[in-house]
Design a protein. Structure first.
Length: 248
């Protein structure tokens, strides 16, 4: 079974997260390190993907500036999304030319990769008694419906591929302040609401849907779904210190 290095970064700025991803991507493209899964939180920030529409940011520039909310235009797929405290963000930096379950051809396809990320998050939600699902043509993970209750989005996914290497990834609402989503039209979807593990899980559920528990659950299921042995790595510096010399 292949390894994936898991690094927990805690709460870091979005700009720092981008810089760390870039550093790891360079080393991964040079085959100096193996696959990496970064798990972290961000302070409140809005991001605009390649397919975004600026009109989906509802808050005024003055409001966002007053609150210190940054806007980042990035190269992942998807529309506008929000990151903030209480949201588990995952950035897998994975070579899709590696060995994966049910891979067809020389590399894992982008759609298949996203479906696998959704599976990781569906299983993670299940650990906390929250039944989740995919919805056709709407990337991400959604709660199950019941009666007249509409499904709600509990996790967003937006990825980027370059030379077979992935970046960006997923955001799972664990204990996120959902009022912050009122600043945007999340992922450009106007007819569904967002939710969180904290709201959907039974209050007596064990384990409780804390950020620490969600992190461990997501890491476990990532390993299972992608057939990787998860190796906890202390820091980015520790990972890069063991990197091999780049091929010339």
């Amino acid at each position: 079974m292949n390894l994936i290095h898991l690094i927990s970064l805690g709460r870091i700025s979005f700009a720092d997260g981008l810089a760390i991803q870039k550093e790891i991507i360079v080393a991964r493209k040079q085959q100096r390190i193996g696959d990496v899964l970064l798990l972290l939180e961000h302070p409140p920030v809005l991001t605009l993907g390649r397919n975004s529409n600026r009109s989906n940011i509802l808050a005024s520039d003055e409001f966002l500036a007053h609150r210190g909310i940054e806007i980042h235009e990035i190269n992942r797929g998807g529309d506008v999304t929000y990151h903030g405290p209480g949201q588990l963000v995952g950035y897998p930096i994975v070579d899709l030319r590696g060995v994966f379950p049910n891979k067809k051809g020389p590399h894992l396809g982008a759609v298949e990769y996203v479906r696998m990320l959704e599976e990781v998050l569906i299983r993670t939600c299940g650990d906390f008694g929250v039944m989740a699902q995919r919805i056709c043509s709407r990337t991400g993970v959604w709660t199950m419906t019941g009666g007249t209750v509409q499904e709600k989005k509990i996790a967003a996914i937006g990825v980027h591929l370059s030379q077979g290497i992935t970046s960006h990834g997923f955001a799972l609402n664990v204990s996120t302040d959902l009022r912050d989503f009122e600043w945007i039209v999340p992922c450009g979807i106007t007819d569904r609401q967002v939710t969180s593990l904290d709201l959907e899980a039974d209050a007596s559920r064990n384990p409780a849907p804390t950020m620490e528990n969600a992190l461990h659950s997501a890491a476990k299921h990532f390993g299972h779904v992608f057939s990787r042995q998860v190796l906890w790595t202390e820091s980015v510096e520790a990972l890069l210190a063991t990197a091999s010399t780049p091929a010339i």
